[in-house]
Design a binder for this molecule. Structure first.
Ligand code: PLP
Length: 390
């Protein structure tokens, strides 16, 4: 006999992708040849210089100890240099940069740093599940801001009820967006900063896809908005920009007090990476833009392949300017039912939109992080299945 799990665990639904993974494993064990279009993880390796640096650094006897709760000074300086170069934003590497064990870790720990029972986070009604989960684990809750395709999945800050704003501590935004692929301009971030300053909130900008963009689009950072550092903290991730999802490397940057509070949580929970990971991260941050452009070009071609097939399989989508995803609407029905039928009949996994909130019920998320031959085979299977349905 063991005691029951804590209330916060018993009332937290299992992480949707963990449930989906179990289901897929069971089908694979039963001999099914499954193709996954649901996984938001790059299928290609990091730049060679990154893996070479990891290898060389790991050979050194002095690189295996604790590297400190704030990572290495060199890594923090390299992140500050990236923000200066890429966005023209100046960061103090000592007080405004904090390495993370992947951005998801920082997202949940930011909630532990700010949310007490009764507090809320504001998050778009279609968003990455960790924003609401973090609030729940901290004893608070999420209030979902309506978003829709016609508004480009951008929340309207003027529509937030003053009573909700008064209870809130954090506002989450994420552009280029998972799962919708929608983007935001600097004007949007300026409005978000104004709203957060007026209401005494942290603007939490989760920005892992900022360098995964298409058709020449260049995404901004929330920290470029005037006065952003008064209230904003941005989460950057090496997972998608440099194809390093399994490395668990990211950083929180921006408002020094938010960074300090996040460090209080983190220094009680983890002890950072070992030096070799930070050494390789420094090299990743120096990746030539040409490498990023070439990789994005591969995703863009896959995006276009998916978009071309959608009308033949009863789905409709706009062209996303960034992220790893195509967000497709089921013309006559429910995303969950569609995904279930595609899995059963075509052995293709597509993420049901409901994973990202009730407002995503009619949608499906396709990932472009899938090798070309797998993607082609999956799309052919879906076409055959859909044609045979009628
Ligand atoms: C919007 C968003 N935020 C955060 C993450 C987590 O990324 P990381 O690998 O840095 O933890 C993901 C991963 O898919 C994501 O889509």
């Amino acid at each position: 006999m063991t005691p029951p799990a804590a209330e916060r665990i018993r009332t937290l639904p299992p992480y949707p992708f963990a449930v989906l993974n179990q289901r897929v494993r069971a089908l694979q064990q039963a001999g099914k040849d499954i193709i996954r279009l649901d996984i938001g993880s790059p299928d290609m390796p990091p730049p060679e210089a990154v893996t070479e640096t990891l290898y060389a650094s790991a050979q050194r006897p002095d690189r295996h100890g604790y590297a400190g709760y704030k990572g290495t000074a060199g890594f923090r300086e390299a992140i500050a240099a990236y923000y200066q170069r890429r966005f023209g934003v100046t960061l103090d590497p000592e007080t405004e940069v904090l390495p993370l064990l992947g951005s998801k870790e920082g997202i949940v720990n930011l909630a532990l740093a700010y949310i007490s029972p009764g507090d809320v986070v504001l998050t778009p009604a279609i968003s990455y599940p960790a924003y609401a989960a973090g609030a729940h684990l901290a004893g608070g809750e999420a209030i979902f801001l309506p978003v829709s395709e016609k508004d480009g999945y951008l929340p309207d800050f003027t529509a937030i009820r003053p009573a909700d704003a008064a209870r809130a501590k954090l506002l989450w935004v994420n552009y280029p967006n998972n799962p919708t692929g929608s983007v935001a301009d600097l004007d949007f971030y300026t409005q978000a900063v104004e709203f957060c300053r007026r209401n005494n909130l942290i603007l939490a900008s989760d920005n892992p896809y900022v360098d995964v963009t298409f058709d020449g689009y260049v995404a901004p950072s929330a920290l470029q908005a005037d006065g952003a550092k008064d209230c904003a903290v941005e989460f950057m991730s090496f997972s998608k920009t440099y194809n390093m999802a399994g490395w668990r490397l990211g950083a929180a940057v921006g408002n020094a007090e938010a960074i300090r509070n996040l460090l209080v949580v983190k220094s009680n929970v983890d002890s950072g990476h070992f030096h070799a990971v930070y050494d390789a991260g420094i090299v990743a941050l120096q990746t030539p833009q040409a490498w990023i452009d070439e990789r994005n070009g591969i995703y863009q071609r896959r995006r276009d392949r998916i978009l071309a097939v959608l009308p033949e399989i009863g789905l409709k989508a706009y062209k996303p300017a960034g992220s790893l995803y195509v967000w497709a609407r089921v013309e006559d029905g429910d995303g969950g039912a569609y995904a279930e039928a595609a899995l059963e009949a075509a052995s293709v996994v597509i993420a049901p939109g409901l994973i990202y909130g009730e407002a995503g019920r009619q949608y499906l998320r396709f990932s472009v992080g899938v090798p070309d031959d797998h993607l082609d085979e999956a799309l052919e299977r879906l076409k055959r299945w859909f044609a045979s349905r009628a």
